[in-house]
Design a protein around this ligand. Structure first.
Ligand code: DGL
Length: 278
């Protein structure tokens, strides 16, 4: 069984793509709704909350976990992998959503010996929309620069977007917020039109159409759920010990109010997602 973790139900946009790509695998999704949102929390708190989420999923039998939350992936994942995972849960693995995006933007595999193998690519400009904490972590620009320094990365924090989506804001309110953030990015870019933007937050695929409508024509909007699904498929091909199809079951657990979340979550997952409280 593959565990999928998010601060809330935004990660269901990622789970949906994973389930479509691996329909025979079993998934257990954990949303830490009691502590969401993570996007403005101090990094130390995000680390400990993510660690607690990993433990819950491992205790329930997950051998491989996808952290489907950009904030947790950017702020906590590397530290968990380097200082905790191997001694706490030997043989288990945790992957995030940052790596597939960085690989897609740079065209460089994560583990490649960049210094030995890379050829400078074409200069490009990439915009990133994300939560404040993901932006502050600097993880995306740092990892992209390490692999493709010719890519200019400009980040725009969108602090109002998650709360608006969570509270079922109207399309007018959402479009107003998206337009302001797109304008913020374009001001930083001083009129340069980026080749592509990434929606570096689980919730933003739900308003991808509003980003597309407000960005200059021709800007590619990278789909994190699809890229994560593709990357997981490739990971399982390289690591068959984690490639264990089951009965195609998907279960949902939460630290929050299961009934309230079940109603909201259906929108993110695209079909009914019945949550149980842990
Ligand atoms: N899941 C978070 C992310 O992708 C967004 C929601 C939150 O702030 O907790 O960054």
């Amino acid at each position: 069984m593959i565990g999928v973790f998010d601060s809330g139900h935004g990660g269901l946009t990622v789970l949906r793509a994973l389930h479509q790509s691996l329909p025979a695998h079993d998934f257990l999704y954990l949303g830490d709704h009691a502590d969401a949102p993570y996007g403005d929390r101090p990094p130390e708190e995000i680390y400990h909350l993510t660690l607690a989420g990993m433990s819950r999923l491992f205790e329930r039998g997950a051998r491989l976990i996808i952290v489907a939350c950009n904030t947790a992936s950017a702020v906590a994942l590397r530290r968990l992998q380097q200082t905790w995972l191997d001694h706490a849960w030997p043989g288990r693995r945790v992957l995030g959503v940052l790596v597939p995006m960085v690989e897609a933007v740079t065209g460089v595999p994560w583990m490649a010996d960049v210094a030995a193998s890379r050829q400078a690519g074409e200069a490009r400009t990439i915009g990133i929309f994300a939560t404040s904490r993901t932006v502050d972590s600097g993880a995306y620009p740092r990892e992209i620069a390490a692999r493709a320094p010719e890519v200019r990365v400009v980040q725009q924090a969108c602090p109002e977007l998650v709360p608006l989506i969570e509270h079922d804001a109207s399309r007018i309110q959402l479009e107003d917020a998206v337009r302001r953030y797109v304008d913020g990015l374009m001001i930083q870019l001083d009129g340069v039109v980026p080749q592509a933007v990434m929606l570096g937050c689980t919730h933003y695929p739900l308003v991808a159409d509003l980003f597309i409508a407000n960005l200059p024509a021709g800007v590619e909007v990278l789909s994190q759920p699809d890229l994560t699904a593709k990357s997981l498929r490739a990971y399982l091909d390289r690591h068959p010990e984690f490639d264990q199809p089951g009965r195609g079951e998907v279960k949902f657990i939460t630290t929050g109010d299961a009934d309230r979340i079940t109603t909201l979550a259906t929108r993110f997952f695209g079909k009914p997602a019945r949550f149980e409280r842990v």
